[in-house]
Design a binder for this molecule. Structure first.
Ligand code: FAD
Length: 552
């Protein structure tokens, strides 16, 4: 399968190309929306996607970043849902091998009965992935558990189970899918909000749009309008019918705290038991020189537009971490944190969030607005295909989705991609000395484009790290402005490069200022706008971190 062309993806260019009329208008540029854009465009529909903030600025940059079947749902007996997750996980590994990477998970346990139960579940999990080249689970002895997590407290080290799932960078996965959609002809307008739906003859026939950066308004006509607006699905649905109460999306907040890996030495993802007596588990996931731990699952104190780590969330994560690792970490020890809202579908009144449906739903309103919500990052492709299948049946578009064969920015196995980049770097005297770990990071972020990104960094003499200790190169800032739909400083530092959550000072004054200067140059910001962007970024990080301090 060919890799999408390396077209520049600049915001202004996309806005200029926004048509007056399309077959499908998609509201929301999270993973679900970009998935629908890719699927519809690849069936030859004309497509526009509008996102009121940045791509992935909602839940799709705030997940646990796992591409997984969700082994724990086997306990609820929902084998079909787990099977779908496993199938999509293995597809995504093939479609984006640079971004969806196998990760071993270790579940430590000191109880013989628990281990037997775990192994029974894992045997089913293995069976669901049979024949797709995924290593099966294995029982670990005490020494092997200790090798996976040298810092584990003694009670957790007697033995365990290891199984495999995948990790990703959720925001960059969203970007890759968006890029593939653009390569199929979809136009992506970010920082563009749907403020009203247009109607004619009792049907939704498009939307009124407002540019949230310059305030300009415009209108777009559409045969179909699809809302992929995550936890805001109810709000968008009420633009169609202000009295609608049918679509109940309950936003459940999940938080993650990020620590230096030296504080929590782990060599695999570690599954930590809950400390509140329920069967929820947390993950400690290695992430370069950092480790992140999460997640919680809470319906209280939810702020839809500005989710934030609340002190009880932080306390819960810290208690589970400290119990498992025998540490005494506090919120002050974390280098960063994030909070995301899960678009859960209310299944039964008063159910605990862990019991609410993780499935997706498609609802067609009386005037034709199609809403898709729920689901998981992992299953976005299937969700998108389900929506477009419905439209295709009415429009006579090809009946079958072909997106399972789309390559998302990488043309071959990850090892080949890394080797190709190292070879390219060693041929160029300017890049010969770039450390291997930085090259690998470039490959994981940019896939087949990494050599081009590296050369662009070298051309400008911007090969050093943007932030000391983090693997992002200075030259990636300009690259992101030109090729990755960046419209604001936080698009860059929160999502294209994950600086905001990996560094105590969210990057620090000098790198933040430097990045702001480059974006000002690229995007034509006046000095005042540049200052506002820096302040806005720091405010957003401070708010989201809650009790985790931002040291400036
Ligand atoms: P979103 O990403 O929220 O996108 C909706 C978009 O709509 C937003 O960007 C918003 O700005 C936009 N929008 C809203 N209103 C308008 C409007 N009027 N005009 C224009 N745009 C609008 N899944 C996994 O598979 N693996 C995991 O490890 C995992 N971990 C998770 C951990 C947490 C803490 C949470 C909260 C979720 C997790 N999930 C995981 C689930 C997964 O992240 C979500 O299901 C998925 O990201 C939802 O994507 P979405 O596109 O539907 O919503």
């Amino acid at each position: 399968m060919p890799v999408p062309p390396r077209a520049a993806l600049g915001r202004d260019d996309q806005l200029d190309r926004l048509p007056a009329s399309v077959d499908v208008l998609i509201i929301g540029g999270g993973i679900t929306g970009v998935g629908v854009a890719l699927d519809a465009a690849s069936r030859d529909a004309t497509v526009a996607l509008v996102e009121r903030d940045d791509l992935a600025s909602g839940t799709s940059s705030r997940s646990s970043r796992l591409v997984h079947g969700g082994a724990r749902y086997l306990a609820t007996g929902d084998v079909a849902m787990v099977a779908e997750g496993v199938r999509e996980r293995d597809r995504l590994r093939r479609m984006a091998p640079h971004l969806v990477l196998p990760l071993p998970f270790v579940i430590p346990s000191d109880s013989v009965a628990d281990l037997a139960l775990l192994r029974a579940g894992m045997t089913i999990y293995d069976a669901l992935a049979a024949g797709r080249g995924v290593a099966t689970h294995r029982r670990l002895d005490a020494a092997e558990v200790l090798a996976a997590a040298p810092g584990l407290a003694t009670g957790f080290r007697r033995g365990g189970v290891r199984y495999w799932d995948c990790r990703t960078d959720d925001a960059r996965l969203t970007l890759e899918v968006a890029r593939a959609a653009a390569a199929e002809g979809a136009v992506l307008a970010t920082h563009t909000e749907v403020t009203e739906l247009r109607r004619a003859g009792g049907r939704v026939v498009g939307a009124e749009l407002r540019d949230r950066i310059d305030g300009s308004v415009r209108s777009i006509a559409a045969r179909w309008t699809v809302s992929a607006s995550g936890v805001w699905a109810g709000d968008v649905r009420r633009l169609e019918d202000p009295h609608d109460l049918d679509l109940e999306v309950l936003p459940a907040r999940g938080v993650h705290l990020v620590f230096a890996r030296s504080e929590l030495p782990v060599n695999s993802a570690i599954v930590l038991p809950s400390v509140s007596g329920d069967d929820r588990r947390l993950f400690a996931i290695p992430w370069g020189e950092q480790v992140y731990v999460g997640t919680t699952d809470d319906l209280h104190d939810v702020d839809l537009d500005h989710p934030s780590v609340v002190p009880t969330d932080a306390a819960y994560v810290l208690a589970a971490t400290n119990a498992a690792f025998g540490t005494a970490l506090t919120a002050e020890d974390a280098v960063g944190a994030w909070a995301g809202l899960r678009p859960l579908l209310a299944a039964t009144g008063g159910a605990a969030t862990a019991d609410l449906s993780r499935r997706h739903t498609i609802v067609e309103g009386p005037d034709g607005l199609v809403t898709i919500t729920g689901g998981k990052l992992t299953t976005f492709r299937r969700m998108a295909a389900d929506v477009v299948d419905r439209l295709a049946a009415r429009e006579g578009w090809p009946a079958r989705s072909t997106t399972a064969r789309t390559m998302l920015g990488s043309s071959g196995p990850v090892g080949e991609g890394r080797a190709h980049l190292r070879a390219a770097a060693s041929r160029d005297p300017r890049t010969r000395a770039v450390p291997r770990v930085w090259l690998d990071g470039l490959h994981h972020r940019h896939g087949d484009r990494a050599a081009e990104v590296l050369a662009a960094c070298a051309d400008r003499g911007e090969l050093e790290p943007l932030v000391s200790g983090l693997p992002y190169l200075r030259g990636e800032v300009r690259w992101a402005a030109r090729h990755e739909l960046v419209g604001r400083l936080d698009d860059l530092l929160q999502r294209r490069l994950r600086v905001s959550t990996r560094h105590r000072a969210a990057g620090g004054a000098e790198p933040i200022g430097w990045a702001a200067d480059v974006l000002a140059d690229e995007l034509g910001w006046a000095p005042e706008r540049r200052e506002q962007e820096v302040a806005r970024y720091l405010d957003a990080v401070r708010h989201e971190r809650g009790p985790v301090p931002l040291t400036t």
